[in-house]
Design a protein around this ligand. Structure first.
Ligand code: NAD
Ligand code: TYD
Length: 332
């Protein structure tokens, strides 16, 4: 199979590229190389086209001769979408539409990588099933929902061969250090504060990146057109408990943990019902304690990967996001 992986230079996409290359597939990557896209995530010699999924000419060039497209390309950080949402609409909605227009008359298979955040807050309990209504809360999750809504419309109207995955919070090596786990790990390794939003009692369902990629591969190979598949870790944790575990694994002092002003509109809890994907033979395999331990080891051993990232644009973003919050923070 010749496969186009859009957004393949990012965190999850690059793990997926390595996985599919190891399975003997022919892979080409299309990536805009935004702040979170990184050539260093990919093995040497990978066919990488620097381009934008929202540009039809870039997609046509990259998708030439491909049998399938797996779309990871997105603006992916909720906090950045609160600071400025513009790029989110363009990549998530317009970009997905360009991909769908490209495959419309071609029979090329598309897997759209979406998120559990499209279901919105599940504070009241229960787990989201694929048939549940979408109720996104943040500009990020609303843009993801808008993009994925095009899929059933193009399946029904044009008969395109496309499926959707909705993954839960993912962690592992090569994750850009703006997200909760890599931010806390790299700050702890540097002796910098760990900014815990609000009461820290929010719940996320953590999934190792290899398990997430295995779920997406399963949908690529065996998923049915027009269907949605949840990919979750069945591993719900309070943020505060994950933070405590990271302090233990990094050996950092507990005084680094700081309570800061909450994120506006912050979803309290996500939870996925994964029975449908388990029906295709998939299940998450990496226990959280083991996955977290090896992830911390990776960041400890790969400062050369993340130290250059934590300068330049990152410092500006960090100051905007955390400067005021940390100056008014309190101990946890
Ligand atoms: P990431 O930010 O590390 O990677 C995103 C990649 O997309 C980067 O390489 C970036 O350069 C590229 N990109 C952005 N805009 C582009 C455009 N217009 N054209 C081409 N490339 C573009 O994010 P990630 O965590 O690897 O997330 C990948 C996908 O998985 C996203 O669609 C995200 O919504 C979804 N997802 C992520 C998580 C998570 O916890 N990280 C959970 C569920 C779903
Ligand atoms: P994040 O990694 O941004 O993923 P998402 O918001 O998409 O779930 O955040 C995970 C959880 O950690 C979320 O409840 C917000 C919280 N969080 C903090 O408490 N402090 C931080 O600095 C960040 C980035 C996140």
């Amino acid at each position: 199979m010749r496969l186009l992986v859009s957004g393949g230079a990012g965190f999850i996409g690059s793990h997926f590229v390595k996985r599919l290359l190891a399975a003997g597939e022919d892979v080409v990557v299309l990536d805009k190389l935004t702040y979170s896209g990184n050539r260093a995530n990919l093995p040497d010699g990978v066919d990488l086209i620097h381009g934008d999924i929202a540009e039809p000419a870039d997609v046509a060039r990259a998708a030439e001769g491909c049998d399938a497209i797996v779309n990871f390309a997105a603006e992916t950080h909720v906090d950045r979408s609160i600071l400025s949402a513009e790029d989110f609409g363009r990549t998530e909605f317009r970009g997905t539409q360009v991909l769908l227009e490209h495959i419309r008359d071609s029979g090329v298979r598309l897997v759209q990588v979406s998120t559990d955040e499209v279901y919105g807050d599940l504070e009241a309990g229960g787990s989201s099933k694929e048939s549940d209504p979408l109720n996104p809360s943040s500009p990020y999750s609303a843009a993801k929902a808008a993009g994925e809504l095009l899929i059933p419309a193009y399946v029904r109207t044009f008969g395109v061969n496309a499926s959707i995955t909705r993954g839960s919070n993912t962690y592992g090596p090569n994750q850009y250090p703006e997200k909760f786990i890599p931010l806390f790990v790299t700050n702890a390794l540097d002796g910098a504060p760990l900014p815990l939003y609000g009461d820290g009692r929010q719940v996320r369902d953590w999934l190792h990146v290899e398990d997430h990629c295995a779920g997406i591969e399963s949908v690529l190979r065996n998923g049915r057109p027009g269907e949605v598949y949840n990919v979750g870790g069945d591993n719900e944790r309070h943020n505060i408990d994950v933070a405590e575990k990271l302090l233990e694994l990094t050996g950092a002092d507990r005084s680094l943990l700081r309570r800061v002003d909450d994120r506006p509109g912050h979803d309290r809890r996500y939870s996925l019902d994964t029975a449908k994907l388990r029906g295709l033979g998939w299940e998450p395999r990496i226990p959280f304690d083991e996955g977290l331990r090896t992830t911390v080891e990776w960041y400890r051993d790969n400062r050369a990967w993340w130290e250059p990232i934590k300068s330049g644009e990152y410092r500006e973003y960090y100051e905007r996001q955390y400067g005021e919050r940390l100056s008014t923070s309190s101990p946890v």
